[in-house]
Write a protein that binds this ligand. Sequence first.
Ligand code: KG4
Ligand code: ZN
Length: 323
Amino acid sequence: MLVLGIETTCDETSCALVQDGEEILTHTIVSQADMHAEYGGVFPEMASREHVLQMLPCLHKTLGTHALNDIDLIAVANEPGLMGSLLMGVTTAQMLCYALDKPIVGVNHVKAHLYAAMMGNERHFPALGILLSGGHTFLVDIQNETTYTVISTTVDDAIGEAFDKVASMLGLPYPGGPHIEQLAKQGKKERFSFSAGRVKTNPLAFSFSGIKTNVLYTVSETQPDEQAKADIAAAFQDAVFSDVLTKAGKALKTEHRAIYVGGGVTMNQTLRTLAKKRYDLPIFFPKKELSLDNAAMIAGMGFHLRSQASTPERLECSPRFAH
Ligand code: KG4
Ligand code: ZN
């Protein structure tokens, strides 16, 4: 089954053609990161306008020599994300479905980040899922490719958001995660003592706003030089990853047969190295090109959701993680 995937949840316009949920035939990702860097974060109104400009060229490039009529199903990320951005992808998908008389299926892009860790990898279920993205942080029970139950989430900032805000405090550009990772390589994590928050009501829940404030005070009190900035980056990164890996370890159940880690923060090589050493279970990450927002994971997961496909007028989109 040939699935066309469309992803416009935030600041990437992406389309992909994926065969049977697995084989990526073509994949195009147009990032707007440089445009938003000037504002220190994603400017929602500009993001949706840029999707308008990028969508058709992105679609043409992805289709290449493939005929529109060869597509069996259109999968589109319809939650969660920025409303204006989501609408661009969903409207494009709906229009194609009407014109081609094809079925459509909505894909939760956060769940698709975990599916990205399964693409090209072994599947062992039930599994623990660790989702670390710019907008979300979740531990989930994974029953199969499409059935996930949330174990815990963050009570305030998402982990990627914390990376981006700490980067901005250190004078680094958006998106901050890769810059923190680079800077941390020159730093000594022992010089500063940071720790991520504990949530009294749920020991598996996350809280990253306290550590962010701690970094803010440290920066304003110490006026750090370049070495001190690297030390702060190293201490921050170490604290948040220790927190995630410890809580994930506590969430592991005897029936879990593997761990899948997804979301943009999995671009971080330090995280990958730490996580691989930590557990006795097989642990899988997305290929780097499938870590950030992308349409291949949407098309891939769409294949597994094909029984839920509908007609275009029935597809809604939601800015929140609804199901
Ligand atoms: O999953 P994603 O592409 O978008 C959302 O769904 O939110 O994740 C983007 C996030 C950003 O916060 C970015 O700073 C973070 O992933 N990120 C990283 C790294 N590369 C991207 N965080 C830490 N280390 C990295 N190397
Ligand atoms: Zn994402």
